[in-house]
Design a binder for this molecule. Structure first.
Ligand code: PRP
Length: 208
């Protein structure tokens, strides 16, 4: 049996940061060229794949990857059947409701909410008993209230720059977000030792 550990990394800043951490922990790959277009690279004991961040859970849930790294925002949204092994304390941001500066909610009207995070937004508003019309977008969510497509947005806020530069502000925080290490359930059972070793090395780096 091939007991190499397959790790799905999210393409982009978070994945690059996490790869740097793994590499520092001794799991680097001579093949790694973060900026190349190559999607798979070998590190001996481990093999990495670059995937679209929101696809990380599906690779792990279905066993194409043993381990994966993704933001807790994606786990909250998709609720995949995986083990969440650790908080990597990086990629820290929040998922929040935002609106144009000075926006006042009119409880007599259905609130129009633009977001990529449909399930998270639906659950949040169901929890506070607010009737909403969810408008699913795939990016540039901040445009929606500016153009009158929605009243508010539910989106990721990291530095707050995107909101500020577009005349928007946070109305309410929904959840704190950070990167998580996740594992396929059967991989965890059959490759426990190696997975725990990767997990421990990662913790040693992220928690010091
Ligand atoms: C996220 C989010 C905001 C931005 C917030 O987008 O959707 O647009 O980051 O960051 P800030 O508070 O530091 O300005 P991301 O870059 O992940 O790309 P996306 O548009 O594909 O979601």
């Amino acid at each position: 049996m091939n007991d190499q550990i397959n790790i799905a990394l999210p393409k982009g800043r978070l994945g690059e940061r996490v790869y740097a951490v793994l590499s520092e922990a001794g799991y680097g790959s001579a093949d790694a060229e973060v900026n190349s277009r190559k999607l798979v690279f070998d590190g001996g004991e481990v093999r990495y794949f670059w995937v679209k961040p929101s696809d990380v859970p599906i690779y792990v849930e279905r066993g194409a990857a043993d381990l994966g790294v993704c933001g807790s925002d994606i786990l909250l949204e998709q609720d995949p059947d995986v083990y969440e092994l650790s908080d990597l304390h990086t990629g820290v941001c929040r998922i929040a409701v935002a609106a144009k500066k000075g926006f006042r909610d009119d409880p007599g009207r259905v609130l129009r909410v633009a977001t990529k995070f449909e399930n998270t937004a639906r659950r949040y508003y169901a929890g506070i008993g607010r009737q909403v019309d969810i408008i699913k977008l795939n990016g540039s969510i901040e445009l929606a209230p500016i153009l009158g497509l929605s009243d508010v947005i539910v989106d990721i806020v990291e530095t707050g720059t995107t909101l500020r530069e577009n005349g928007l502000e946070v109305v309410e925080k929904i959840a704190d977000v950070s990167a998580r290490l996740i594992a396929n359930k059967s991989s965890y059972k059959f490759k426990t030792g190696k997975i725990k070793a990767v997990q421990a090395s990662l913790s040693a780096v992220t928690e010091r």
